[in-house]
Design a protein around this ligand. Structure first.
Ligand code: ACO
Length: 321
């Protein structure tokens, strides 16, 4: 069978790191409140010249270098973002030009915090059906540019960054490497719980993130536990077979509650929310790259990815590394 095999990963962060203490100098909050409610200790914030595309390009180049793949041989780029450089063209086309692989397929996916899962499932389908052979799946965000920095209920929770995974269509088998299965969901009825109050077709402004945190929290734990059960059932595997869970890094309490609900030991969950905060579509590939590079995730490991975000959208994937 043809499977989409992970050949490499890469990530990029803005230069400037902002601690909770620094944030508390301009916003009515405290390190204690942020750590207790979210587990976040710091976040990276893009400065002048740093954009969603510049972070995505750095992450993409790092993934190609990690895989030992010439970037000009990439024939598919799927980039998940809610903070594109421009309304159009797709930020993916800027990455394509920077890598010098012009002529292949390149487009953006908008599913907010679940964007990377949507992008991964899309690229996987295209690789398995032969539309492309080598894909970069990227999550990249500059959420700092759509935050209301006077709204302490949202601005303390998010950060900027990018992560990329290089997938290649390869012959594999049941027990071999590659994306095993993905499940995606959306529920448009929950729009008002997490959204941006602007856009080209409504206000002609960029808008700011608005969120009813408590309700999002409640939905996140239920939806994530359900979709993780679905991918396990579909693949005939059990939670004991999973070596690592790489969740969307929204909030340490969501990670703990979901792990408890599924009976996953905390030491098998990759956590980076303390240092990156919530980087939306970038959070899963950023965390995956951290755990691959520090040697936790190894070749042959069964890895489960999951995310939920605005829409609502949510999804999960199982990958044999
Ligand atoms: N600093 C200090 N106090 C604050 C802050 C802050 N940054 N923000 C809110 N407060 C205050 C509130 O005003 C409120 O005060 P009051 O009781 O006097 O009215 C009090 O803290 C409690 O506020 P709650 O919103 O009830 O706090 P809660 O315990 O629910 O924590 C949080 C808020 C962290 C947002 C939580 O609900 C949460 O994690 N929700 C999930 C949302 C999330 O992670 N979204 C990310 C995007 S979606 C996704 O990725 C899944």
């Amino acid at each position: 069978m043809i499977r989409s095999v992970v050949r490499g990963s890469g990530s990029a962060l803005p230069k400037r790191c902002v601690s909770n203490e620094e944030l508390a100098q301009t916003v009515d909050t405290s390190d204690e409140w942020i750590v207790e409610r979210s587990g976040i200790r710091q976040r990276y914030v893009a400065g002048e010249g740093e954009t969603t595309s510049s972070l995505a390009i750095d992450a993409a180049k790092a993934a190609c270098a990690d895989a030992g793949v010439d970037p000009t041989t990439i024939d598919l780029i799927v980039l998940a973002t809610a903070t594109p450089d421009n309304t159009f063209p797709a930020t993916a086309t800027k990455v394509q030009d920077a890598l010098g692989c012009n002529g292949g397929i390149a487009f953006d996916v908008a599913a907010v915090c679940s964007g990377f899962l949507y992008a991964l499932a899309t690229a996987d389908s295209m690789l398995r059906t032969g539309m492309a052979r080598r894909a970069l799946v990227i999550g990249a965000e500059t959420f700092s540019r759509i935050l209301d920095w006077e709204d302490r209920t949202t601005c303390v929770l998010f950060g900027d960054g990018a992560g990329a995974v290089l997938l290649e269509a390869q012959d594999s088998d049941e027990a071999g490497p590659g994306v095993i299965t993905s499940r995606l969901h959306a529920d448009g009825a929950q729009h008002d719980l997490l959204y941006v109050d602007g856009g080209p077709s409504t206000t002609q402004t960029v808008g700011h993130v608005r969120m009813k945190g408590r309700e999002v929290f409640r939905h996140a734990v239920v939806n994530l536990a359900e979709v993780l059960g679905e991918v396990l059932e579909e693949s005939g595997l059990s939670i004991d077979d999973v070596d690592w869970v790489v969740p969307h890094q929204a909030n340490a309490r969501i990670l703990d509650a979901t792990a408890r609900k599924l009976g996953i030991p905390a030491e098998r969950v990759v956590v980076t929310v303390d240092r990156h905060a919530n980087t939306s579509a970038a959070s899963v590939p950023l965390a995956l790259d951290v755990a691959r590079k520090d040697g936790r995730i190894k070749s042959g490991d069964l890895v489960m990815l999951e995310a939920m975000g605005g829409g609502f959208t949510w999804g999960a994937s199982l990958i044999r590394m």
